[in-house]
Design a binder for this molecule. Structure first.
Ligand code: SAM
Length: 395
């Protein structure tokens, strides 16, 4: 059988994929395989196409059904690709800066490149991995303004107005990556290479939402981006694409909502009537202090990212709860009180304390009829459990 990407690009694979459509993880793969083999298709190719049809099914969440049903993926390529709403926002930034051509240095299967091309920007997409490059060429085939090169981006001669980089993490499992201090060389292309290039022409660089702030250069704009309540990226903009020194949190919905501010600490005080859980893009942006001040809120303990206040704040940046009671963080006391309050359904949230909801829950022996939220955290230096109800906002 030919090399995997090559095989997927054959007419026979296209015919099998047409028959398969999207395949869910629950599909009867044995039946599908048997039926296709009976029709005379190559067994190895059938297996490969079933895997591909499953990847297409998973890709619907990122690309929508129409696009996902036509695209081709590698497992890693799908995992690493940018979802359409977010890549469209990237492309909009390039269009707004009047960028006419972009080099996508490490395009993967072409998620971002498709959005750039769709926005009418000429795209030179460069990808080192031959399978991903071949599939990117397929995914970009309906855009006459996009071309793909299977080569090393660090050796490319760049002639475009701007560059886009979405570097891959090198040699680190995501678990290890969370523990170790990341260095520029942990990315491919290397971040030092990316930053050097970004100073020569306008550039956007997409990095993990958890990127350590120490790795972010001063002379770029940095945005912490949330989509569907998930922190999806830290994106750095250089040259005409951003404002040097600007820091903001962004929510991508129908449109992009932005909070821009300074990295200043939130004022601290005892909890008011309400406690607020900010979305992770706001927390990771380190702009929570500025946000608190702007909204008349305050922190309740040094470095813990809950805010509090005496007024109901209805904001896409926060989930709010009314504080009903404050208990010491003692499982027996909490269990007793949950019983007295007739709580059976309990959402447990925590920040800044070592106990986990999984450890606490069985000790509470919940069996009441009512529901509540329990927030485990610190007030000043003492560990507390806040019995709360989510704020009901009127539409
Ligand atoms: C995170 S993925 C890009 C995903 C892409 N933005 C999308 O939306 O589909 C990074 C890609 O960069 C490629 N890459 C890493 N170093 C490279 C290099 N020096 N030259 C070309 N490609 C490279 C990797 O093979 C990987 O496919």
């Amino acid at each position: 059988m030919p090399h995997s990407a090559e095989a997927l690009l054959s007419n026979e694979a296209a015919a099998i994929l047409d028959i398969l459509g999207l395949v869910t993880s629950k599909a009867d793969v044995i039946k599908l395989t048997t039926d296709l083999r009976k029709q005379g298709f190559d067994p190895g190719l059938v297996a490969q196409c079933i895997t591909q049809a499953k990847l297409r099914y998973r890709a619907v969440a990122k690309f929508g059904q129409q696009k996902a049903s036509k695209m081709l993926f590698t497992e890693d390529g799908l995992e690493q690709s940018t979802r359409t709403e977010v890549s469209n926002w990237h492309a909009k930034r390039f269009s707004r800066a009047n960028v006419k051509s972009v080099a996508d240095l490490g395009c993967g299967i072409g998620g971002d490149a498709m959005a750039f091309a769709g926005a009418g920007i000429d795209v030179t997409a460069i990808e080192m991995d031959s399978d991903a490059a071949a599939l990117a060429a397929h995914n970009l085939s309906s855009y006459p303004n996009a071309k793909v090169s299977n080569s090393d981006a660090t050796e490319a001669e760049i002639t475009t107005d701007a560059i886009w980089l979405d570097p891959a993490r090198r040699n680190l499992s995501s678990k290890a990556a969370g523990r170790v201090m990341l260095k520029p060389e942990d990315f491919s292309p290397n971040l030092d290479f990316a930053f050097e290039l970004a100073r020569q022409r306008s550039a956007g660089i997409k990095l993990a939402g958890s990127l350590p702030h120490e790795l972010i250069p001063e002379d770029c704009e940095a945005n912490w981006v949330s989509h569907n309540s998930e922190l999806v990226e830290t994106v750095l903009w250089f040259g005409a694409l951003g404002i040097a020194g600007k820091r903001s949190a962004v929510i991508i919905d129908q449109d992009a909502l932005e909070f821009e501010g300074e990295e200043i600490p939130a004022p601290l005080d005892a909890p008011g009537q309400y406690i607020y859980d900010p979305i992770s893009a706001m927390v990771r942006s380190h702009l929570l202090g500025a946000f608190a001040i702007e909204n008349g809120l305050w922190g309740i303990s040094g470095s813990i990212a809950y805010l509090s206040g005496d007024k109901k704040v209805d904001s896409p940046w926060l989930r709010g709860f009314e504080i009903l009671e404050v208990l010491p963080l003692d499982s027996k006391r909490i269990a007793k009180r949950m019983g007295e309050l007739d709580i059976g359904t309990l959402e447990i949230k925590k920040r800044g304390v070592d106990i986990t909801p999984e450890q606490l829950r069985p000790k509470l022996k919940l069996k009441g009829k009512k529901s509540a939220t329990l927030i485990l955290t610190k007030i000043a230096d003492s560990r507390k459990a806040l019995v709360c109800q989510p704020i009901a906002y009127k539409d």
